[in-house]
Design a protein. Structure first.
Length: 249
């Protein structure tokens, strides 16, 4: 087993990786060996002389479907070379990925991610190999690669040594189950608009209270579904750190 968290990506476009993951926090961590990335070309597992990885859908319809035998060969080979962690197939049909699940993924040994192209992947290999099907939002990308990068980025920034000041992880959106409060910096007055007075007061308790109110109000306006979740937890179990302090339904 690899000592560091590792992402193995099965894709028809391995050259897309590391792409944006080579920059910023994830890029520095990758260069420092704090996590590992391997992009595997699914086409290398084709067995016919045309190197075909996909075929027309049974039942008819548009587009092409990735073959189960080719995908399975790529998965099994990655496993035999030590790729550990859950298998995740990125698809708009999947359950929505949550920060909770990202935290669980980051706490494990890594991920094996499958990027679909064309119409999709034969459902039998999804089920036989036990893939989790996950979506990164209610919109359709032209393939799973950008979604895989998003998932990897979300995990990697939670690994030890990637984000310098871990307080920023605790305060950000979703960490408490709420959307984050708004931020302000210099200049104090810009285009005639001043920053909120309370932030200049030096009263840390008042600032904390104001930020919590802002987080609640924004969540109520934009994502009432999240608010329901936060309050549900207070009756069914312990709240997440900071989620409920001062907030009454
Ligand atoms: N592939 C295409 N669209 C996607 C989405 N919204 N989430 C995850 N994978 C995808």
């Amino acid at each position: 087993m690899s000592a560091v968290w590792s992402a193995t990506v099965l894709t028809l476009f391995p050259d897309m990786f590391p792409g944006p993951l080579a920059f910023s926090l994830s890029g520095r961590g990758l260069a420092q060996g704090l996590w590992r990335l391997e992009a595997v070309d699914i086409r290398a597992y084709a067995t016919d002389r045309h190197q075909s990885v996909d075929d027309t859908p049974f039942g008819g319809g548009a587009g092409m479907v990735l073959r189960p035998d080719v995908v399975a060969a790529a998965v099994d080979d990655a496993r035999s070379r030590g790729a550990a962690g859950p298998l995740v197939y990125l698809t708009p049909r999947g359950l929505p990925l949550t920060q909770r699940e990202v935290e669980a993924f980051a706490a494990g040994p890594g991920l094996l991610l499958l990027c679909g192209r064309y119409e999709g992947v034969d459902q039998r290999v999804i089920e036989r190999r036990g893939f989790l099907e996950r979506s990164i939002g209610d919109f359709v990308l032209s393939g799973g690669e950008i979604a895989a990068m998003a998932v990897i980025d979300a995990c990697v920034r939670l690994l030890p040594g990637i984000v310098g000041d871990r307080r920023s992880l605790e305060e950000e959106s979703f960490a408490s189950g709420l959307l984050e409060y708004p931020h302000y910096t210099r200049p104090q007055v810009w285009e005639g608009v001043s920053v909120p007075e309370v932030l200049l007061s030096g009263d840390h308790q008042a600032i904390r209270r104001w930020r919590r109110q802002q987080a609640l109000a924004t969540t109520r306006a934009r994502r009432p579904d999240l608010l329901k979740e936060v309050f549900r937890e207070t009756t069914t179990g312990p709240p997440r750190a900071g989620a409920m302090s001062g907030a009454q339904p």
